[in-house]
Write a protein that binds this ligand. Structure first.
Ligand SMILES: [Zn+2]
Length: 260
């Protein structure tokens, strides 16, 4: 059994991309920065100092180069079988004991709320929380185990070798050719109704929403050797932008709730 597990881990790790790329994560942090209240801002600054939430959002990917942080590597996603109903997704999340994006977000919130946590523990928890709430909104982070969240669907993106997971992490966002601040300005226009409804969603509902988008991505029949370019961008960029915006708005709500 141990040998099998080791084999799975060895196959899995090299394929795992970093979730939203550098720009995507910064956009989520930058959007959240615009919706946190004064009390939250003070608490965040006490932990991060001059590091903005946008910049802190990348820490969880940057530490992957340091093996002493390997224990964080499976916090970024949760895999599901296909065709699950909402109650099945919720039930699955309730019964997962191993590390995954759902229980680690909850744990990071607890660490930040706990007056007994050390500053070091809180700083790691805040950086991870900022990152993981972003990842949660990348639909291929709630995808299928058998293709490693789309990492095994090998295709091309504007003629370059890529895979489905990477197109969603970076390809679509980077294609817009915007800095994270320009991008944030471009998408940060939620309607009042969207804002209220997005902030009301529970963490489980956010995961189910990502899973639903993921199901639609697979339903297009996407497969190995597909050649993705302008049309894929046209079909999906609105979804990408809305997920980035939701991620930031919900991150702000989670943080404001911690520091009430
Ligand atoms: Zn990640």
């Amino acid at each position: 059994m141990k040998k099998i597990l080791l084999a799975i881990v060895c196959v899995y790790v090299p394929f795992i991309a970093g979730a939203w790329g550098i720009i995507g994560h910064r956009i989520v942090g930058e959007v959240a920065d615009q919706y946190i209240n004064a009390k939250t801002r003070k608490a965040v600054q006490q932990l991060l100092g001059t590091e903005s939430m946008a910049m802190a959002a990348n820490w969880a990917d940057f530490v992957k180069s340091d093996t002493s942080y390997n224990y964080l590597s499976n916090w970024h996603y949760v895999n599901f079988k296909e065709n699950l109903a909402k109650t099945e997704v919720f039930n699955f999340l309730d019964h997962q004991t191993g590390p995954n994006i759902y229980n680690k977000i909850n744990e990071m919130v607890s660490v930040l709320k706990n007056s007994k946590s050390t500053i070091t523990q809180k700083k790691l928890a805040l950086r991870m929380l900022i990152h993981l709430v972003g990842d949660l909104h990348q639909p291929m982070h709630t995808a299928r185990l058998e293709d490693l969240g789309g990492n095994k669907i090998l295709l091309t993106w504007f003629g370059e070798k890529s895979n489905l997971h990477r197109v969603w992490d970076e390809g679509l966002v980077d294609f817009q050719k915007l800095s994270y601040t320009e991008y944030t300005k471009a998408i940060n226009h939620p309607t009042a109704a969207q804002f209220v409804s997005w902030q009301k969603s529970s963490l489980k509902e956010c995961i189910f929403e990502s899973y639903t988008i993921c199901t639609k991505i697979y339903a297009t029949g996407i497969k190995n050797d597909d050649k993705l370019s302008y049309r894929y961008n046209f079909d999906w960029i609105e979804t990408v932008n809305q997920q980035l915006l939701k991620g930031g708005i919900r991150l702000a709500k989670i943080l404001n709730d911690i520091y009430v």
